[in-house]
Design a protein around this ligand. Structure first.
Ligand SMILES: Nc1nc2c(ncn2[C@@H]2O[C@@H]3COP(=O)(O)O[C@H]4[C@@H](O)[C@H](n5cnc6c(=O)[nH]c(N)nc65)O[C@@H]4COP(=O)(O)O[C@H]3[C@H]2O)c(=O)[nH]1
Length: 710
C-alpha cells in the first residue's frame, strides 16, 4: 500500500537560474558544434573532447540546480558516486550531439539516431541524478510522466540538431541573433524535460534521504551555478577566439589560393588570348607522349600560322590585331575535344595537340576544318578582316622523337605556306634538312654561354662631316666549336624561337658594359649601341637588368644606346612606349634600327623617347642609282631633324653613297667603307690609328684624329 505523498514546492529563483544555465549551455553548445567542424582534424578532435566535458557540465549543472530548487520537508543530500555518474551521462550526451554536428549533412537517419541517443543520455543523466537521492522508502514514479519527459528529451535533441544545421549557413549578427533564440528554445525544452521528470517523482511523507550526509548544503546550488558559469564563459571566450583565428587563417588560405592561381595564370597562359602558353603546352605534350608510349597510341601536333596577319596588323593598328588574335584563339578553342590542347606560341602562331590520332584522314579533315573556321570573315572594331592559315602536321611516334615534333610540324607548315598558304601539309623527312640544323643549333646554343663561345665584335659609326668616330655598334658572334664563326643572322632567330634569347641578350648587355668600362679605364669614352630583340623588349625586368649591369660595371648610362628595329617598335605600341620610358628613365639612349622597313606613324615617333633613326641598308644600297631611294632618304632625314632626331645610315659601302648621304645632311655613317665589325682589341688599335683589317683610307683618316667620343 502506498503512503501519502508530500507536496513538492519549487524555489522560483533557482528554477529561473536553471533555465538561464540551460540556455547558456545551449548557446555555448551551438558555438562548440561549429568548432568541431574545423578543417584541422586534431583541432576538431580536441574541441569534441573538451566541448563534451564543458557542455555536459553545463547541462548537468542545470539539472543539479533544478533538483536543488525542489523543497522537501526532510533533509536531502546527493550520493557522491551516483551524482558523478549522472555527470558522466551528461558528458556522453554532449559528445553524441557534437559528433553528429561534425557531419557536413544531417540525414534523416543521423537525425533519428542522434536524437534517440541524446534523449536516452539526457534521461539517463536525469534519472541517475534522481537516484543519487537515496530515498527510503523509494521514490514513487508516475510512468506516464516519465514517458512524457523522455519524449521531450528526444524531441528537444532533434530540435537542437535541426537548429544547429539550419544556423550553419548564417553569418554575422543574423547568426548571433538566431543562435540566441535557438539557445532559449533549447533551454526551455531541457527545463521542460527536467521538470516533467521531477513531476513524475513522488515522495512519501515518511521518507528519509539516506544520502543526506553526502553532497548537500544550501549554497551547493549557488556553487555549481558559479563554477559552471565560469567554465561556460571561458569556453565561450576560447571558442570565439578560435573561430576568429580560424576565420583569419581561412581568409589567408583563400587569398593564397587566389594568388597561386593568378600566378599560374601568368606563368602558363598567354596574356592576350588566355590560351595555354608554350610552357604549359610542352608540359601537356610530355604527358600525352607518356600516355602514347604506355598505351601504344599516337598523337598529332598541328602548327597553325596565320596567312595575312601582318598587313592587318600594320594597316588597322595593333588594337585590331590583338582583337583578331583573340578571335582566332576563340575559334580554335571551339574546335577542341576535351583532351585536346591549343596554345599560342608566337605572334600569329598557334599549336594544337590531339591525342589518339591514328587516322591521318581524320587529321587532314580536322586541319581543313581549322582552315575553314579561320577563313570565315570577321569584323573587329568596325574593320572587315579576312584571314587564312597554313597548317603543318607532325604525328607521334611516326614523325620522330617528341622533342622534334614541334620543329617538324613547323617545317610542314612552311611547306604548306610555300605552296601558297591556306592549306595543310603532313611532315615529310625531306622537309627536315633545315629543321635538323635548327635543332642542333638550339642544342649547342644552350651550352654556348657556359662554354664562353660568344664574342662581341664592334663596328664604328663615324660623323659624316668630320669622319670622326662617334661610337660603335656591338654585334654578337658565335665561335662554334665545329662550325667556326657564326653570324647572328643564323642563330638569333633560333635563340628567339626556342626561348634562349633572354639569356643570350643578358650576356650581350653585360659584356658590352664590361667592354665600355674596360675602354673607359684605357681613357676611351666609347659609346656602344646594343641590339634588342622583340623578346627582350617584352621582358618586364629588362630595365632592371640593364640598370644592374650598368651599376655592376660602374659605367655612365649615356654611353649605352639600345637599338630596336622599327617593326619591333611598332608591334604592341603601348608596351613599347612603356618600355622605352622605363629605359630612358635609367639614362640610356634609344635608337630605331632598320628605319623605313616598317610603318611608323609620325605621332607615334614623337611619343617614343628615341634620339636616333638608323636608315635601313636597303635604301643606302639604292642611293646611287635610284631617285626614289634618294627622295625617301632625303625625306626621312628631313623628318628626323624636324623631330630633333639624329640620323645614322648603315651599310655604307661606297664613297658615292657616303657623298650622297653627306650632301643630304645625314649625321653619322656606318658600313664596310669605314670598317667591318672587329674584336675589341682590333677596335682599340683602329681608334688609335694602327692598321686593322677592314679599315679603309677614310677610317684611317678618322682615327688619326681621335676625337672626344661623347
Ligand atoms: N652588307 C653589308 N653589311 C654591313 C655593312 N656594315 C655593317 N653590316 C652588317 O649589318 C648588320 C648591322 O646590324 P643590324 O642591322 O643591327 O642587324 C643585326 C642585328 O639585327 C642582329 N644582331 C647582331 N648582334 C645582335 C645582338 O647582340 N642582339 C640582338 N638581339 N641582335 C643582334 O643581327 C643582325 C646582323 O648582324 P651582323 O651579321 O653582325 O651584320 C651587321 C653588320 O655586320 C655593310 O657595309 N654592308
Amino acid at each position: 500500500m502506498q503512503s501519502a505523498l508530500v507536496d513538492i514546492s519549487y524555489n522560483q529563483w533557482l528554477v529561473a537560474l536553471s533555465f538561464v544555465i540551460a540556455s547558456f549551455a545551449s548557446y555555448v553548445a551551438l558555438n562548440l558544434a561549429k568548432r568541431v567542424r574545423s578543417q584541422d582534424k586534431s583541432i576538431a578532435r580536441a574541441w569534441l573532447v573538451g566541448g563534451s566535458v564543458v557542455m555536459g557540465t553545463g547541462i548537468w549543472s542545470m539539472h543539479f540546480i533544478g533538483m536543488s530548487a525542489v523543497s522537501l520537508p526532510f533533509a536531502v543530500g546527493f550520493d557522491y558516486i551516483i551524482t558523478a555518474l549522472s555527470w558522466v551521462a551528461a558528458v556522453a550526451v554532449s559528445a553524441v550531439a557534437l559528433y553528429v554536428a561534425g557531419y557536413s549533412q544531417l540525414t534523416i537517419s543521423r537525425l533519428t539516431m542522434g536524437s534517440l541517443a541524446m534523449g536516452a543520455g539526457i534521461c539517463t543523466m536525469h534519472y541517475t541524478g534522481m537516484a543519487s537521492l537515496d530515498m527510503a522508502p523509494g521514490i514513487q514514479w508516475d510512468w506516464f510522466l516519465i514517458a512524457v519527459s523522455a519524449a521531450i528529451a528526444v524531441t528537444a535533441s532533434a530540435v537542437a540538431l535541426l537548429i544547429f544545421f539550419m544556423l550553419r549557413d548564417l553569418t554575422g549578427s543574423a547568426e548571433r541573433n538566431w543562435q540566441l533564440v535557438a539557445a532559449l528554445v533549447m533551454g526551455a525544452a531541457i527545463c521542460g524535460m527536467h521538470y516533467t521528470g521531477m513531476a513524475a517523482a513522488g515522495f512519501s511523507a515518511n521518507s528519509v534521504c539516506l544520502s543526506a550526509d553526502q553532497l548537500s548544503g544550501d549554497s551547493l546550488g549557488l556553487l555549481v551555478t558559479v563554477a559552471s558559469s565560469i567554465l561556460l564563459s571561458i569556453t565561450m571566450f576560447t571558442s570565439t577566439l578560435d573561430a576568429r583565428m580560424q576565420g583569419k587563417a581561412e581568409k589567408l588560405t583563400a587569398s593564397l589560393k587566389a594568388a597561386n592561381s593568378e600566378l599560374q595564370q601568368i606563368a602558363f597562359r598567354d596574356a592576350l588570348t588566355g590560351l595555354p602558353n608554350r610552357l604549359l603546352f610542352d608540359d601537356r605534350v610530355n604527358s600525352a607522349v607518356e600516355r602514347c608510349r604506355r598505351d601504344g597510341t599516337s598523337l598529332a601536333m598541328l602548327f597553325i600560322d596565320l596567312d595575312g596577319f601582318k598587313p592587318v596588323n600594320d594597316s588597322f593598328g595593333h588594337r585590331v590585331g590583338d582583337e583578331v588574335l583573340r578571335e582566332i584563339g576563340r575559334r580554335l578553342s571551339l574546335q577542341l575535344r576535351a583532351t585536346d590542347t591549343v596554345a599560342r606560341v608566337g605572334g600569329d602562331e598557334f599549336v594544337l595537340l590531339r591525342e589518339g590520332a591514328a587516322d591521318s584522314t581524320a587529321i587532314a579533315q580536322m586541319a581543313q576544318r581549322l582552315i575553314d573556321v579561320i577563313s570565315e570573315p570577321m569584323t573587329e572594331s568596325g574593320h572587315d578582316v579576312r584571314l587564312s592559315c597554313s597548317v603543318g602536321i607532325a604525328l607521334y611516334p611516326s614523325d620522330g622523337p617528341h622533342e622534334e615534333l614541334m620543329a617538324h610540324a613547323d617545317a610542314a607548315m612552311y611547306s604548306a605556306k610555300r605552296t601558297g598558304g591556306s592549306g595543310y601539309a603532313f611532315f615529310e623527312p625531306h622537309m627536315n634538312a633545315g629543321v635538323r640544323q635548327q635543332i642542333e643549333l638550339q642544342r649547342d646554343l644552350r651550352l654556348a654561354i657556359e662554354r664562353r663561345e660568344f664574342e662581341l665584335h664592334y663596328q664604328p659609326k663615324v660623323n659624316a662631316g668630320t669622319s670622326l668616330i662617334t661610337g660603335v655598334e656591338a654585334l654578337v658572334r658565335w665561335r662554334h666549336p665545329t662550325r667556326g664563326m657564326l653570324s647572328p643572322v643564323l642563330f638569333i632567330p633560333v635563340a628567339e624561337r626556342f626561348g634562349l634569347i633572354g639569356a643570350l641578350g643578358s650576356w650581350v648587355i653585360d659584356e658590352a658594359c664590361r667592354q665600355v668600362a674596360a675602354w673607359s679605364a684605357q681613357g676611351m669614352r666609347m659609346r656602344v649601341a646594343i641590339n634588342l630583340s622583340v623578346h627582350q623588349l617584352r621582358q618586364d625586368d629588362l630595365a632592371k637588368r640593364i640598370s644592374a649591369a650598368i651599376a655592376q660595371h660602374k659605367i655612365d648610362p649615356v654611353l649605352l644606346t639600345f637599338e630596336i628595329t622599327e617593326s619591333v617598335a611598332m608591334e604592341d605600341a603601348e608596351s613599347t612606349l612603356q618600355m622605352f620610358e622605363d629605359l630612358s628613365r635609367i639614362g640610356v639612349k634609344l635608337s630605331i634600327d632598320d628605319f623605313g622597313t616598317g610603318y611608323s606613324s609620325l605621332s607615334y615617333l614623337r611619343r617614343l623617347r628615341v634620339g636616333e633613326l638608323k636608315i635601313d641598308r636597303s635604301f643606302v644600297q639604292d642611293l646611287e642609282f635610284s631617285a626614289d631611294a634618294r627622295a625617301i632618304v632625303e625625306a626621312v632625314i628631313g623628318l628626323a631633324h624636324v623631330l630633333g632626331l639624329k640620323v645614322v645610315a648603315e651599310g655604307v659601302e661606297t664613297a658615292a653613297q657616303r657623298d650622297v648621304l653627306t650632301r643630304l645632311h645625314c649625321d653619322d655613317l656606318q658600313g664596310y667603307l669605314f670598317a667591318k665589325p672587329m674584336t675589341p682589341e682590333m677596335m682599340t688599335k683602329w681608334v688609335e690609328g694602327d692598321d686593322a683589317p677592314g679599315t679603309s683610307w677614310l677610317a684611317k683618316l678618322a682615327t688619326t684624329r681621335p676625337s672626344p667620343l661623347t
